[in-house]
Each structure stands twice: as structure tokens, then as C-alpha cells.
Design a protein around this ligand. Sequence first.
Ligand SMILES: NC(=O)C1=CN([C@@H]2O[C@H](COP(=O)(O)OP(=O)(O)OC[C@H]3O[C@@H](n4cnc5c(N)ncnc54)[C@H](OP(=O)(O)O)[C@@H]3O)[C@@H](O)[C@H]2O)C=CC1
Ligand SMILES: O=C(O)CCC(=O)C(=O)O
Length: 451
Amino acid sequence: MTSTKRSSFGEEFMNNFKNRNPGEIEFHQAVHEVTESLLNFIEDNPKYKNAKILERMSEPERIIIFRVPWVDDKGEIQVNRGYRVEMNSAIGPYKGGLRFHPTVNLSILKFLAFEQVFKNSLTTLPMGGGKGGSDFDPKQKTDGEVMRFCQSFMTELSKHIGPNTDVPAGDIGVGGREIGFLFGQYKRLRNEFTGVLTGKGREWGGSLIRPEATGYGTVYFADEMLRTRNDSFKGKIVTVSGSGNVAQFTTEKVNELGGKVVTLSDSSGFIHDPDGIDAEKLKFVMRLKNIKRGRIEEYAKKFGAEYYANERPWKIKCDVALPCATQNEINKQEAELLIKNGCICVSEGANMPSTPDAVDVYLKNKILYGPGKAANAGGVSVSGLEMSQNSLRMSWTREEVDGHLKRIMQDIHTTCVKYGKTKDGFINYMDGANIGGFVKVAEAMLAQGLV
Ligand SMILES: NC(=O)C1=CN([C@@H]2O[C@H](COP(=O)(O)OP(=O)(O)OC[C@H]3O[C@@H](n4cnc5c(N)ncnc54)[C@H](OP(=O)(O)O)[C@@H]3O)[C@@H](O)[C@H]2O)C=CC1
Ligand SMILES: O=C(O)CCC(=O)C(=O)O
């Protein structure tokens, strides 16, 4: 097969895909990245091309869009939009988080659901991929308002999910509080106590280590990458973005492995603390963000650190960068700055935090680059383990779950190396994750006929 033929297949596929999904730029970005990685592999394995696996994988099996009416504290009616994108169920029930954020739209949820299919396949566990959410903004809302919104959201969603059908969890704006309200309403409507959501509280079916899992997993994956160069986190300066669930437990694990986290951020700006965000300071962040629901600027006031309003942390010199906030939060110029300042490793706690030209910069400079679908798969992995414990009516210990998590992250790393190692020994983790995630789903789709 000549390279002209290879690229014309990719071009034709992407043109058709974009025409079918006009204006959905985040979805285009996610599918384009995977297509680039898969082109040669699909040409070399015509069974996938003939069965139009990529065309089918980029078309959601089902999308549910619904009205979410609720009443605020003033007694006024509010209306939001709810979504669930059920992307692919070839290897298990749809599985993936719910995002509550004013920027939520179909393009963002389709990109997240698409990524989730590959990520869940990499975990080695039997989970399909989905994602959902709403343009509801939990910020500045009272607990009562959040509860009424969640109850209304679940009143419709409950018709479409179930422990063997579709199992949502948290994502941006959806943490333990929201999962509790959603679970309570599902139980009330269906009169069933089942594992229909993950990220539940420990006392009512949740798994130990689920809150920690995405952050811990991101650091375990980075540690595996560093090991390939006989290196470790010891003594490393680390920049982290975000200050929510993933950023908090990423920071905790970096500290445990001997690194020093010097930044955290939120959508208003970032703090730089050259002395490091140690356990005590992290406790303050957790209280600030999870209970007081305040802004990261307060950290700077409390500990005398620098605060940079409306900026991102990538200009700060670091050895390792761990983006843990949101999509497209590192652009080409920031990636170049990271490299110029000596950064040797980027491990993505967030989903698709690097723009395509930022990824090109990482790959051109051959740094260790762990894409989100591999590096942040720890969260959904422990969600899968929560589902197993719910089915068994058992709870495993912290050590048991953490042991499984570590092994899964190592297995994902091995898969990336298997499919991503290039002739000169460089490991292209992006290609590795995309091809490794694809194969299992594609084989299942071939076995199940035209569905
Ligand atoms: N929770 C999980 O288990 C998993 C999460 N992820 C991904 O990790 C990332 C973070 O999720 P999580 O920690 O759970 O979410 P949280 O809601 O707990 O925290 C999100 C953090 O990111 C910041 N943020 C959100 N949107 C923006 C934006 N547009 N610009 C700058 N900062 C922003 C938030 O700041 P502010 O408070 O100002 O909004 C907050 O600090 C997301 O990409 C998510 O998809 C991936 C795998 C699993
Ligand atoms: O735990 C889950 O099911 C979902 C986690 C998630 O949304 C993600 O991996 O992006």
C-alpha cells in the first residue's frame, strides 16, 4: 500500500466524518488524533477497513437529550439541558462520567465518550464507553438547588441507565455530593439498590480509593514512563493544573513519591508555591475546594504564594507537567515553553488537555508523553472495580484496590509500549494507546456482526 493511498483513506474518512458532525470541533479533534494513529494499522489489517470499524466507532450507538427543569431557592423555574452519549457497548455496558459545567455541549460530550471507549478498553476490564452531563453550573448554587437539579436530571436519565446497561460516574462538577443525590433519586424511582452509578459513598456501595484513583493513576503512569529512562519522581519539580478531584490526589501521590508540586489552578488563575504544596497545604486546598467551594486565589493569601490571575501554570519551570483541569489547556506555545524549561514528562490527568500542535511538540522533542486515555484511566478502572465489588456484595481493602489500580496502570503502560514502540526505541504512547484501545473493541465488533 502506498502512502498516497493511506493518506487518501484518512482524508476521505475525516471529510465524511466532519460533514456528518458539522461544527463539533472537540469531537473532530479527538477522532482526528485517533485516525492519524490508526491509518497504517487499518491499512495493514483490511478486515477492520472492510467492516468499517472506524466509521462505526465514531458514530454513537445512541444519544439521549432531555429537558431538565428545576426550581431555584427563590422559587423561580430554571431549565437546563441534559445529555447521555452512549458511544459503544461492544465490550461491556456503557461506562463514563457526567460533567456539569456551563460549557457542556454535544461536541464536548461526544469527544469525551469517544475517548472513553478507547480508555475503557485499555483498562483490561469489560466496560463500553459513554459520557453525559448538563450545561448546569453547580458553582454558587446551594446544596438544595444542586439536589433539586440532580433529582430532575435523574428522573429522565433513570429510564436509560442500569447496572448492566449504562453506569455513569463523576467528572467536572460532579463529585460525591452530586453522585449521592443522583443515586438517591434513582433508588427512589426504581425501588432498587444497585450499582447503577460509581463514585458512591463508602457506606452505600462505593469503593475505597475511587476518589483517589484518577490522580494516583496519572502519577503511577508517569512513574512507569520515567522508569523506562531509569528515572523517578524523587526530587522532581512538578506543575499541576486544576485543583479539583484529579489535581488533589495527583498532588498527594507526587508528594508520596518524593516529588514537589509547585502549582495548582482553577478557571480564574493559578498559584505558584516554590516551597511545594505539602500535606498540610493540600489539606487546606481540599477543604477550600470540596467544602467551602472557594477559589484557589485564597491559597496565595493564606500561604503567601504568588497568584497569577487568568493565567495557566505552564510558564513555571518544571521537570514533569501534569495537566488535571480540562481540555485544550496546553497550547503549542506553552508546550514549547515547557520543553525550553527542561520538562521531560507530561502525563495527562485531564481528558485531551493538550492541543494537537502541543502534542506534536512533545513528540518532536521525544519527551515522555502519556495521553489522557492511558494516563487518566485509573479513575474508570476503579469504577470497574466498584462494579465488581457491588456484584459480589463485597468490599475490598484499600491495599487490595490500590494494588489492582497499580497493576492495571502497569498493564496499560505495557500495551502502549507494545503498540507504540518505534524503530529507534522511542515510545509513542499516543499511537500505542490508540491502537491498543482500538484492537479489543474492533475484535468484539467483528465477532458480534453488523451492530
Ligand atoms: N474525576 C475523574 O475521575 C476523572 C476526571 N477526568 C478528567 O480530569 C479533569 C478534571 O476533572 P475533576 O478533577 O474530576 O473535576 P473537578 O470538577 O473536581 O475539578 C475541575 C478543576 O478544573 C478546573 N477547570 C474546569 N474547567 C476549567 C476551564 N475551562 N479552565 C480552567 N480550569 C478549569 C476547575 O476550576 P473551577 O473550580 O474554577 O471550575 C477545577 O479546578 C477533567 O478533564 C476530567 O474529564 C479524567 C478521568 C477521570
Ligand atoms: O469512573 C467513571 O466511570 C468515569 C470516569 C471518567 O469520566 C473518565 O475516565 O473520563
